[in-house]
Ligand binder design. Structure first.
Ligand code: IPD
Length: 260
């Protein structure tokens, strides 16, 4: 893919994210009237998830008919030019009226994460990054905190029922024993963006799906974060563990999480 083709996709994704944000915010503001169902234990689904994904799929497939699309709700197949979408990341927050949810649009060319656009409409935040061009929040450059001392670090540990609770408890125990402060916000994508801004020193989770991190990985990477090779093996199709942190915490957090 040429730089021009990549930049065309970046600007298109920014525009589509703005439109999708208005659509999602409309649903959020009248969420009491929306159909909300459970896909599984603590796995939420709202009408907004389906509608926002359908909007993005429709527009992307018209603009770039040769690209493939993978979305949380509609699935899809990887290719050498693939969009990875999460229409609402932090769906449980959305359903509860918590404003920490976002729309995540990632793009990979030849398995390399190239573009990440993340909007948090209820917070007025737009995170954007292209590989090699830096990361921004609402147009201003962002970078990781530079933390090196685990005993002063604020780390986010994501959670889902896909991994036995005992394994999370082990990691939390090791993190607290090392002196870290542990939190959970409820959106993997925003968690990565918060590392990019220096608001957290790390985001880690024992299993997460590609749509929850594809865009955030580009944002965090461009802000100077250390990241594991999330897309290795079957990462796109089946997900993987993720470790995203300041470079100075990488060695210790690899030991604490067991994520290489
Ligand atoms: C979830 C969120 C959560 C993370 C889970 C994801 P969803 O995605 O990103 O923070 O810990 O692993 O499944 O269901 O809100 O799109």
């Amino acid at each position: 893919m040429t730089p021009v083709e990549r930049d065309l996709r970046y600007h298109a994704a920014l525009g589509l994210a703005a439109e999708a944000s208005q659509l999602a915010l409309g649903y959020f503001n009248r969420r009491e009237t929306l159909g909300i169902t459970m896909k599984g234990a603590q796995d939420w689904l709202t009408v907004a998830d389906g509608e926002v994904e359908a909007f993005l799929r429709g527009r992307l497939s018209t603009l770039f008919p040769g690209d493939s699309i993978i979305g949380e709700e509609g699935g899809g197949e990887p290719s050498d030019a693939v969009w990875i979408l999460d229409p609402i990341d932090g769906t449980a927050n959305f359903a509860h009226g918590d404003r920490n949810w976002c729309i995540s649009i990632g793009f990979l060319a030849d398995r390399t994460p190239e573009i990440g656009i993340v909007t948090a409409p209820a917070l007025g935040e737009v995170y954007a990054a292209r590989r090699g061009a830096g990361a921004t929040l609402n147009g201003e450059p962002v970078k990781v905190s530079g933390a090196t001392d685990i005993a002063r670090a604020a780390i986010e540990l994501g959670w889902s029922t896909r991994v036995p609770a005992a394994r999370y408890l082990e990691v939390i125990g090791r993190a607290y024993a090392a002196g870290a402060s542990v939190k959970r916000l409820g959106s993997g994508t925003l968690g990565l963006c918060h590392v990019a801004c220096g608001w957290s020193d790390a985001y880690t989770e024992l299993h997460i799906n590609a749509w929850d991190v594809a865009a955030g990985i580009v944002v965090a990477n461009e802000a100077g974060a250390h990241l594991n090779d999330f897309f290795a093996g079957e990462g796109i199709a089946k997900g993987n563990p993720i470790l995203c942190c300041t470079p100075g915490l990488a060695v210790e957090l690899k030991e604490i999480t067991g994520i290489a």
